[in-house]
Design a protein around this ligand. Structure first.
Ligand SMILES: [Mg+2]
Length: 359
């Protein structure tokens, strides 16, 4: 719809895993429920809104969550159950909208362009999802993916926010740049050192200043994000730019033999996943986190795209030996990027160790 008006929705289920668990165990309703693995280094996958009142949030170490909320009910994740509910939700979504880009088990972009009464249709869809699956959805609607994504998050839970690009700029003007997906902590810190603390300030910063600080590509891109300029292209299949496996160890690995064995296992798992998705890539990277949280990545590009375990394991182990971790290792990861026949989405190249955010 070139030149016409695109209308994109971002639909995001509220506290998805926790809601599935509450549905299966109604006796937990009203209690602070935290979905988390076990073990000394487990992290919170999802917290119910009751648990969030105590300051518990996703990706927080579970030990910390339990200090904040000692009465939290810990529930181990059951991804089979989440996938089953997700399938039902996405079937309902596809029954309403033809063009859907599923981003994960609990979120999707929907292209509403040209739809009759899109707002009413979204309200009906939310109602259907609630009555037929018990899940609560938040929806953001805007002219592009970025506006839709930030809008869906603005009034969670059960949010319903429709914004034009100018309204999004005005509404979030005083928010920190990190509100916008794709602007991470490091970039936000650097912006702050430059005296840029809000999205409005970032939007008003000249491109050449940003380019001198962040590079010709990322500098102007940051400013475009602050102005809520982004792609409105909804692609039914999301293009992955990399695939990785990583593992945090219950006990730090001190010897190179243990580290090599762990990394070799991760390489084998990664190759099995790549083979299953019929993917090959050329850039093999490792990630190492030491016991003092120093985190490094090292990458090497091989001449021909591969998913052969012998090649990936050999390169990963070479990278590990060359780095020779100076302290015990807490986490190891291995990643394959530069997939054959696939190109990266819009936005600047993703920094090593991170997936490009495609919003
Ligand atoms: Mg969600």
């Amino acid at each position: 719809m070139i030149g016409g008006s695109r209308l994109i929705a971002h639909l995001d289920l509220d506290a998805f895993y926790a809601t599935v668990e509450l549905q299966r165990r109604p006796e937990l309703k009203g209690l602070p429920v935290v979905v988390s693995g076990s073990g000394p280094r487990a992290v919170v996958t999802t917290a119910s809104y009751e648990a969030r009142k105590f300051g518990v949030g996703s990706a927080m170490p579970t030990s910390r969550a339990l200090r904040l909320c000692p009465d939290a009910v810990l529930v181990p994740p059951d991804f089979e159950a989440y996938r089953a509910v997700s399938r039902k939700v996405m079937d309902l979504v596809r029954g309403t909208v033809d063009l859907v880009e599923v981003l994960g088990l609990d979120e999707a972009y929907l292209d509403l362009s040209g739809m009759h009464s899109p707002k009413a249709a979204m309200r009906r869809l939310i109602h259907q999802i609630r009555t037929q699956t018990g899940m609560q959805a938040s929806v953001g609607i805007g002219p592009n993916k970025l506006v839709a994504k930030v809008a869906s998050d603005a009034e969670k839970p059960a949010g319903f926010v429709l914004l034009t690009q100018a309204e999004a700029c005005a509404r979030f003007a005083g928010h920190p740049p990190s509100l916008v997906p794709g602007i991470g902590d490091k970039t936000a810190e650097k912006l702050e050192r430059l005296g840029i603390r809000t999205l409005a300030e970032l939007a008003a910063t000249p491109d050449d200043l940003l380019a001198s600080q962040f590079g010709e590509r990322q500098g102007p891109w940051l400013r475009s994000r602050a102005r809520f300029e982004a792609s409105s292209h909804v692609t039914p299949v999301r293009v992955a730019v990399s695939e990785s496996r990583e593992s945090t160890f219950d006990v730090d690995l001190a010897s190179i033999e243990e580290q090599e064995a762990a990394l070799a296992r991760l390489a084998e798992k990664l190759c099995a996943g790549l083979a299953k998705h019929e993917r090959t890539g050329r850039t093999i990277a490792i990630k190492v986190r030491l016991d003092d949280w120093t985190t490094i990545t090292r990458a090497r590009t091989v001449p021909a795209a591969t998913n052969e375990v012998d090649v990936v394991r050999r390169v990963a182990l070479e990278l590990l030996r060359e780095y020779a971790p100076p302290r015990p290792v807490r986490l190891l990861g291995v990643r394959m990027g530069s997939f054959a026949g696939e190109t990266e989405a819009d936005g600047p190249a993703a920094p090593a160790g991170q997936l490009a955010l495609e919003v």
